[in-house]
Design a protein around this ligand. Structure first.
Ligand SMILES: Nc1ncnc2c1ncn2[C@@H]1O[C@H](COP(=O)(O)OP(=O)(O)O)[C@@H](O)[C@H]1O
Ligand SMILES: [Mg+2]
Length: 401
């Protein structure tokens, strides 16, 4: 993570606008390195336990930087006190925005509390799309460093509700499972965005993306067309991502999905409605250039840096004669390099770090959304989430061929 880059103008500050699903109110810093999301305590606990006790699992998650505790009396000074580590990464503008959001959230929470009479236990969907909480989790933004990030949120599980869910919620979610690919495949597309994802300019947003909202995975995608629909995410001639390049990206995702399967199968968790967040460079030209630049870095590293030898070995093993596979092998090795460098706890010197944080990204795959996740020692692996991950593996195996 790069250090303090100085205070940007308030005008530079933007709400995070690459979320493809989920609640409103997410923020990012002006450099786009951080993703800040209002969340419940359960999600914070899950991140903290993962980071303390389960490093292999933590490596599948966005880097956890910390939490922000905000309420209606929070001001910027108290933020600085709360966040000796994080405040270096936050501009004055971002802090002011965070304080403002905290006040709004506190008001929303108070309103929700007074509106709820104790006898009214019926569960109602959250229509405001804001989480009534004053805590936020601060994460590494997985879309940072991409020129045109294509993003897909795959919500995992056939069962989508946790043990503490009220009956109404269970029924509603079970109905969703019945009619969506959550039932047939153990995941559904909760949201997706594809750069130049249509030839018809009217179907693109102002930034050139085709955005598929939550209704897409609910009502348009089904067990018969899901593979075809997901192809639209990976293969996109209009943006210069041809069959070869698409296959290479699919191969890279496939490797990471297998890693997720392995770690989940060896962990004792229960996650309901967690997601796999797929991100990759959606601009074909930028994607090709990123692969080349990464390849060049791998060559450099190959000559000098002992620390990366084992990653490089893997990349070389995977670099057979056929072009596509060569790209895939290179991507895999390269991304490992980038991720090693991107980590906050990297021991590399600053110059090296600066160079690495400027590297163009190729792809990223992360597990996210742990609002209904917990560690369950002694209870074995989470077969409900694993079923979805295994379906994704099958689909990406097909794409990688
Ligand atoms: N670390 C992250 N980096 C970038 N984008 C993220 C990150 N975490 C979540 N998102 C985006 O925000 C959306 C909602 O996040 P999620 O954790 O699922 O929250 P919710 O509980 O509101 O569903 C995701 O679909 C994704 O697009
Ligand atoms: Mg979500």
């Amino acid at each position: 993570m790069a250090g303090n880059k100085g205070l940007p103008n308030h005008a530079d500050l933007q709400p995070y606008n690459h979320a493809v699903a989920g609640h409103d109110g997410t923020l990012s810093d002006p450099n786009g390195e951080l993703f800040i999301k209002p969340c419940v305590q359960q999600e914070i606990d899950f991140y903290e336990k993962a980071n303390q006790h389960h490093p292999e699992f933590a490596a599948l998650m966005p880097v956890y930087i910390g939490t922000l505790s905000l309420n209606d009396v929070t001001d910027v000074d108290s933020l600085n006190e709360q966040l000796p580590g994080i405040s270096d990464h936050m501009s004055q503008g971002l802090k002011e925005e965070a304080v403002l959001r905290a006040k709004e959230a506190a008001i929303a929470k108070a309103t929700a509390e007074t509106a709820e009479s104790p006898v009214d236990i019926a569960w109602k969907p959250n229509k405001t799309r804001k989480i009534p909480t004053n805590r936020s989790v601060v994460l590494q933004n997985s879309t940072h460093g991409f020129k045109k990030p294509n993003i897909l949120d795959a919500k995992l599980g056939r069962r989508l509700w946790a043990d503490d869910a009220p009956m109404e919620k269970r029924k509603r979610f079970d109905e969703i499972t019945k009619v969506t690919t959550n039932g047939s495949h153990g995941f559904r597309i909760a949201g997706m965005r594809v750069y130049k994802g249509s030839d018809n300019p009217e179907e693109l947003d102002a930034d050139g993306y085709r955005v598929y909202n939550k209704d897409y995975g609910r009502f348009q995608v089904n067990k018969d067309n899901v593979v075809q629909e997901m192809r639209k995410f990976i293969f996109n001639k209009t943006a210069g991502i041809d069959a070869d390049l698409g296959r290479a990206v699919a191969q890279a995702f496939l490797e990471d999905l297998k890693r997720v399967e392995h770690v989940l199968a060896n962990s004792e968790t229960r996650m309901y409605s967690a997601s796999v967040l797929f991100t990759f460079e959606g601009d074909g030209e930028a994607l090709r250039a990123a692969i080349e630049e990464n390849n060049a870095l791998v060559d450099d590293v190959e000559q000098g840096t002992k620390e990366l030898v084992s990653d490089l070995d893997r990349a070389q093993e995977k670099a057979p004669e056929i072009d596509v596979q060569a790209i895939a092998g290179a991507i895999e090795g390269d991304v490992k390099v980038v991720e090693l460098m991107g980590d906050v706890d990297s021991e590399r010197d600053e110059e090296n770090e600066e160079e690495l944080s400027n590297m163009p990204r190729i792809y990223s795959l992360k597990l996210i959304d742990f609002a209904h996740a917990e560690w369950v020692p002694g209870q074995g692996p989470d077969e409900n989430s694993l079923f979805g991950v295994r379906s994704l593996i099958k689909i990406f195996e097909e794409f990688a061929q």
